[in-house]
Ligand binder design. Structure first.
Ligand code: 13P
Ligand code: SF4
Length: 303
């Protein structure tokens, strides 16, 4: 406790000295979310990174999020508390594989989930996040659409839009772990609860949802709802904001495995240290960044 208090004080000093902003994804540890200037899902944080006037962005999330921030704000220094915070789903697609698929479908547009590397974004027509995936697909005038890398979100979007996608077989290890059996058991245990679920979960699990949406959409829905009890089908860090917004409501996470170990690699101590040392910094080669930026900026323009 005492150590955390000292760390928080040091962080405040450093933030001023460096003119830094701290962005934290909702899956970060509570001790990081507590000190963040902004908490958000992938979409909101990308918007914040693109718009900030701070000189330094500390991105408390996984590597692809820091990369997206750097691509959108190339003149800023982007720090990440621990650069080993990766995303296994982002690593499930490589440039060679995507180029082969593009060669097979030369007229297809490529839509890439933001959970991907800068190199993949550079091969992409337009990015999306779970918050705007349906709108992004609907905005496209294309005969064929290649969708990378999340098959579960791809299936969800396909169902919502009625458009057939050419879907890459990637997935989020954390969300994909949740099973129908887990949810059936939770519903039996908490019969009055609504089930809110992230579209990175398996299609048969998503189909059980009373509400389906991105992390921010889930948080907004639970806050506004008259319902008092929820079974939550997304990463457990989301509990911080859910309980902060509605301390009187009950939130039961649908499985004890809904924890992304990559997101938890960052902690308060490493956050302070990275601002102290100004390391590790996110670097994206400018040629890659220039191409990738177009696909991210197109996404930000979709209303
Ligand atoms: P959102 O932030 O879009 O809800 O995505 C969830 C996720 O898995 C981020 O890594
Ligand atoms: Fe990647 Fe899933 Fe972790 Fe998000 S929750 S960073 S998609 S592994």
């Amino acid at each position: 406790q005492e150590q955390n208090r000292q760390l928080r004080e040091r962080l405040e000093q450093l933030k001023k000295e460096r003119n830094a902003i701290i962005l934290a994804h909702y899956y970060q540890r509570d001790e990081i979310q507590e000190v963040a200037d902004f908490r958000g899902d992938s979409f909101l944080l990308a918007q914040k990174a693109a718009a900030t006037e701070a000189e330094v962005i500390v991105f408390c999330g996984v590597h692809f999020m820091g990369e997206s921030a750097k691509i959108l704000a190339p003149d800023k220094t982007v720090l990440i508390p621990d650069e080993r915070a990766g995303c296994p789903m982002a690593d499930m697609v490589n440039v060679e594989g995507l180029r082969k698929l593009k060669a097979k479908h030369p007229n297809a547009k490529v839509v890439t989930y933001i959970n991907s590397s800068a190199e993949i974004k550079a091969e992409t027509d337009i990015c999306c996040t779970s918050a705007n995936a349906v709108r992004v697909i609907e905005s496209l005038d294309a005969e064929e659409i290649i969708w990378v890398p999340d098959k579960n979100l791809g299936h969800y979007v396909q169902e919502k839009t009625g458009k057939k996608l050419i879907i890459w077989e990637g997935y989020c290890n954390t969300h994909d772990m949740l099973t129908v059996k887990d949810v059936v058991e939770m519903k039996a245990k908490y019969p009055n609860a609504q089930f809110v679920v992230h579209p990175e979960c398996r299609p048969e699990v998503v189909a059980m949802g009373d509400f389906v949406g991105s992390t921010t959409a889930i948080i907004d829905y639970c806050k506004k709802s008259d319902v008092q009890e929820f079974i939550v089908g997304t990463e457990d860090g989301t509990g911080y904001q859910l309980r902060k917004d509605s301390p009187e409501k009950d939130f039961h996470f649908a499985s004890k495995f809904l924890v992304c170990p990559n997101m938890k690699v960052n902690n308060l101590k490493k956050l302070v240290k990275c601002l102290e040392t100004m390391k590790p910094q996110i670097y994206v080669p400018p040629t890659v960044a220039d191409k990738a930026r177009q696909s991210l900026e197109r996404m930000l323009q979709v209303k």
